[in-house]
Every structure is written in structure tokens, then in C-alpha cells.
Design a protein around this ligand. Structure first.
Ligand SMILES: Cc1cc2nc3c(=O)[nH]c(=O)nc-3n(C[C@H](O)[C@H](O)[C@H](O)COP(=O)(O)OP(=O)(O)OC[C@H]3O[C@@H](n4cnc5c(N)ncnc54)[C@H](O)[C@@H]3O)c2cc1C
Length: 408
């Protein structure tokens, strides 16, 4: 019969178990402290680097797993460990994907290693697309990149916001407007090399969840970068802009823009993070429900509790299957004809919010305290219907894709 299987192969099982060990032994014990401190957990990132879990090689290996499951398996285990620390570890990957999706081989080889640094000197990277007036509406972006032909340099000005690792990263990937008349089609991605004058950190945000992950504004004032820092190169950009202008004139649809290419590729991975958080909270709630005795019996003896746990588990497994499907499609080069990437991120994100809230309820008063991890997991889960496209925007993408209509 056919080849279809959902069974992980030996390599995948070994990698998953290895990450799980790190998540359980290193991340979980550190989670509450870094959540409290609201700082990047550099020592934990370094521990990850020491064992090869924070490195270009590791992520490249997972990225090129032919089944597509390498990245979702990695994300689920790390975020099962802790979402704030997990995001600090994988925040670099979003910028790396920005380079992988839009960059030349040479750019990939030059910049991605500098995003990770080495074991003795770990570095971070940041992907900067959002702006104060351009969140969901990427076409409202104002950060401008102007080409100085005489010097073969680009000059960037503007303010980015909500940048994970923004201002503390070694390498920033910035999306900017190169042709304002083309809206979202007139954008391009640039690498800002380490220590480039004119780039500075603005406000650092104090957040509701994922507090071990640094989120800040990035201010760009006359930032000059070599022409070679335009991802994909000038020729490709000019060609794309020319096609977009022709399409705009003819009233036809868009050529894919730089930021959207990054988001599409990373959506199932973000869904997998949400699955990890949901599974973590569910496991705590299941254990608790089996041991907490009220009215002379474990609380799981009540259908009201047992059925909640049954629903939680069912939804987590369904979310994982959506994530795996989208990840497999992406790696097999199959287009998301029904917005399968958005579906996976939408459902996994909403499942994480729901399941972590139910877990808190099952733990009663303890669920409301910081003695138990579920309140942190609940706070962490809330970001999953906001970043990388809000839940509403995912629904918009799905609705437009399945209908072919310009639904607003
Ligand atoms: C912790 C954190 C980390 C982040 N990391 C990064 C990062 O590393 N890099 C980066 O570039 N960005 C990052 N972001 C930004 C994130 O992607 C944006 O916050 C998100 O895209 C939403 O934009 P906004 O906050 O401006 O909300 P808005 O776009 O203003 O949306 C406000 C509300 O209106 C709804 N809405 C908007 N338009 C529509 C519509 N057409 N139909 C229905 N509802 C609509 C939204 O769904 C939302 O509920 C991060 C954000 C946070 C909070």
C-alpha cells in the first residue's frame, strides 16, 4: 500500500528527545526567573549554543528535513520548555528566514553565521517589519530606503516597532519602502550589518507574556549600508519593481512582497510554538486533575473536568496535524492553495489560548499563582493571536484564498 505515515523516523525521534531533555532540564527550571526579570536569558542561549541547539547548522539541518517536520518538532519541544526563552532562542531564526527567503547564496553565507555568533560569543538577529502605523497593514509602511548610486549605498530612515531582539541584535533585517507608489509591492528587505551607525534601540516594551524575549523599537537615522546589503540584489529588485509597475498599470494582482514571503514561510513554525505551550499546560492540568482530591475523589473523576481535558487533548492534536500538514506542504514545494499555513497558525494560536485558560481553571487557586507555571503559559499564549499576523488577519487570508474574493 501507499507510503503515507505520521510516524516519526529514528532521526526525528532522537532530535525531538534531545531537545526535550534541554527543555526539561535547562529551560523549565529557568523559566520563572527570566519571566520575572524581563530580560534576554543570555546564559540559557549560551547553554543551547554549547550543545549545538543554537546554531546555523542545527536549524539548517531541521529546515532541510525532507518531511518538513524538523522545524515544527524543534519548535514544539522548545516552547514546551518555555515560550519566552524559546522565543529568545528562535527569534534569530525569523531574521534568518528573511535572508533565506529573499537573499542570494552569498548573502545567506555571509549574514546567517553572524546572526548566531559562536559558542563563546553568542549573537542574536532581529527581523524588523512592523511600524507604529503599519502593523497588520503592511502597505502603510513608511521606513524609506533610497539608493545612492554614486556610492552604491542604500540610505535608510524610519522607525520600526515590536522588533523581537531589536537593538540588541548583531544583525537586523529591515523591510523598507523603495517605491512608495507601489504600496506593499514597493518594499525590499535589507541587512543592517553589526555596529552600523544610525541604528539605535528605541523604547523597550514591558509585556504581558513572553517576557524573557526582548521586544523594542528600532530607530534608523541616515543608516548607510553597502549596495550588497539589499537582499536578492539590485537586478532582481529592479526586475520585480518593473513587473509590479506593469501589473499595477494593467490593474492586476501583486508580485509577492518581501515581508509577506517571510511570514508565509514561518507561519506553521509559529503554530508549532503554540502547540508546545498548549501541550505543556495540558500536561500540568492532567497531572493535577489526577492527584487533586476534592469531595473524596480526584477532580478528574468529575466529567466536567475529564471532558475539558479530553477536549484540550483533541484540540492540541488537531492543531499539531494542521501544523504538520502545512510544514510538509511547504517543504514539498506545494503552494498553500487554501491558506494552509494561515490555518495552522490560526488554529494552533487559538488552541493555546483556550487550553492554557482551561488549565488555569483546572488548577483552581493554584492556577492563579506564580507557584505553578500555567498562569505564565496563559500569558505567553496570548501573543499567538497577535504576532506574525493577528487571528483576524489569518481569517482574512483564509477567506480570500478560499473564495478568491477581495474580502475586507
Ligand atoms: C511581542 C511581540 C513581538 C513581535 N515581534 C515582531 C518582530 O520580530 N518583527 C516584526 O516586524 N513585528 C513583530 N511584532 C509585531 C506584530 O506582528 C504586530 O503587532 C501585528 O502584526 C499586529 O499589528 P498591530 O499591533 O499594529 O495591530 P493592528 O494592525 O493595529 O491591529 C489591531 C486590531 O485590529 C485588527 N485588524 C486590523 N486590520 C483588520 C482587518 N482588516 N480586519 C479585521 N481586523 C483587523 C487586528 O486583528 C487587531 O485585533 C511583534 C509584536 C509583539 C507584540
Amino acid at each position: 500500500m501507499g507510503d503515507f505515515t505520521l510516524e516519526l523516523n529514528d532521526d526525528q525521534t532522537a532530535v525531538r528527545d534531545w531537545i526535550h531533555g534541554f527543555a526539561a532540564d535547562v529551560m523549565r527550571p529557568a523559566a520563572a526567573e527570566w519571566d520575572d526579570r524581563e530580560e534576554t536569558p543570555w546564559p540559557v542561549i549560551q547553554e543551547a549554543a554549547k550543545i549545538g541547539l543554537y546554531s546555523l547548522d542545527f536549524y539548517a539541518q531541521q529546515y532541510f528535513d525532507p518531511t518538513g517536520l524538523g522545524i515544527p518538532l524543534t519548535m514544539e519541544e522548545l516552547f514546551w520548555g518555555d515560550a519566552g526563552i524559546g522565543l529568545s532562542i528562535v527569534g534569530t531564526a525569523l531574521a534568518a528566514v528573511g535572508v533565506l527567503a529573499n537573499g542570494t547564496e552569498e548573502q545567506i553565507g555571509t549574514w546567517i553565521p553572524q546572526m548566531y555568533g559562536d559558542v563563546n560569543d553568542v549573537k542574536l538577529a532581529s527581523f524588523c517589519s512592523s511600524e507604529p502605523d503599519a502593523g497588520s497593514d503592511v502597505s502603510a509602511m513608511r521606513t524609506r530606503a533610497v539608493y545612492d548610486q554614486a556610492k552604491d549605498e542604500w540610505v535608510l530612515n524610519g522607525t520600526k516597532t515590536w522588533a523581537t531582539n531589536g537593538g540588541i541584535a548583531n544583525v537586523h533585517v529591515v523591510v523598507a519602502v523603495v517605491d512608495p507608489e507601489l504600496g506593499a509591492r514597493g518594499h525590499a528587505s535589507f541587512v543592517i550589518p553589526p555596529n552600523t551607525p544610525g541604528l539605535s534601540q528605541g523604547q523597550k516594551f514591558k509585556k504581558h507574556g513572553i517576557r524573557a524575549s526582548h521586544t523594542a523599537e528600532v530607530v534608523l537615522e541616515d543608516v548607510r549600508i553597502p549596495g550588497s546589503c539589499l537582499l536578492g540584489g539590485k537586478e532582481k529588485l529592479d526586475d520585480r519593481l518593473a513587473r509590479s509597475r506593469e501589473r499595477a498599470k494593467a490593474g492586476r494582482g501583486s508580485v509577492k512582497n518581501a515581508a509577506m514571503a517571510t511570514f508565509e514561510a514561518s507561519r506553521p513554525a509559529v503554530g508549532a510554538q503554540a502547540v508546545g505551550i498548549a501541550r505543556a499546560a495540558y500536561e500540568v492540568a492532567l497531572d493535577y486533575a489526577k492527584t487533586r482530591v476534592q469531595f473524596g475523589r480526584p477532580i478528574i473523576d468529575n466529567q466536567g473536568i475529564a471532558f475539558q481535558l479530553a477536549d484540550m487533548r483533541t484540540q492540541i492534536d488537531a492543531a499539531r496535524l494542521l501544523v504538520w500538514r502545512a510544514s510538509w506542504m511547504a517543504s514539498a514545494g506545494k503552494p498553500f492553495t487554501s491558506a494552509e499555513g494561515s490555518m495552522s497558525k490560526l488554529y494552533a494560536g487559538e488552541t493555546a489560548k483556550k487550553v492554557t485558560a482551561q488549565a488555569m481553571q483546572i488548577l483552581g487557586g493554584n492556577g492563579f499563582t506564580r507557584e505553578y507555571p500555567v498562569e505564565r503559559m496563559h500569558r505567553d499564549s496570548a501573543i499567538y493571536s497577535i504576532f506574525e499576523g493577528t487571528a483576524e488577519i489569518q481569517r482574512l487570508v483564509i477567506a480570500r484564498t478560499i473564495s478568491g474574493l477581495p474580502i475586507r
